[in-house]
Design a protein around this ligand. Structure first.
Ligand code: 5GP
Ligand code: ZN
Length: 115
């Protein structure tokens, strides 16, 4: 996958301008274009990994980094105390639309749905 062909690689590369709420060597975070909750942030690895199903052994550390960033952002957004959800849609049955691994950080309202 050429990074130019992936919208989230382009955001990570600062090729498409999107204000970053978090940015380090491995991970960045930005607000979802179409928010489903008062706080709706996408947290991604800068490395192109298509989904959870494509994670290789050396990539699992990235997921831990993302969990740490989610905790920090939830505190900054003021949603940590009441609660929040961190989820990643994997492939078609989960409704994954963007084929670059991302975790949704959702909060600021009571979240329902199936889990
Ligand atoms: P998925 O369904 O793949 O789990 O979620 C993809 C998410 O990416 C959707 O919530 C959608 O609103 C968001 N999204 C798609 N394109 C862009 C974009 O160019 N910028 C931002 N910030 N979010 C996007
Ligand atoms: Zn990508």
């Amino acid at each position: 996958m050429d990074r130019k062909d992936c919208i989230f690689c382009r955001i990570a590369d600062r090729d498409i301008p999107s204000p970053l709420l978090y940015d380090d060597e491995y991970v960045c975070a930005f607000r979802d274009l179409n928010p489903k909750a008062p706080t709706h942030i996408l947290i991604i690895p800068k490395k192109h990994v298509a989904s959870l199903a494509e994670l290789e052994e050396e990539d699992f550390e990235l997921v831990a980094r993302i969990a740490r960033v989610a905790k920090q952002l939830a505190e900054e957004e003021g949603i940590a105390e009441k609660g929040y959800r961190l989820l990643s849609n994997c492939r078609a049955d989960a409704g994954q639309e963007v084929p670059h691994l991302h975790f949704h950080l959702l909060g600021g309202r009571r979240l329902s749905d199936i889990c």
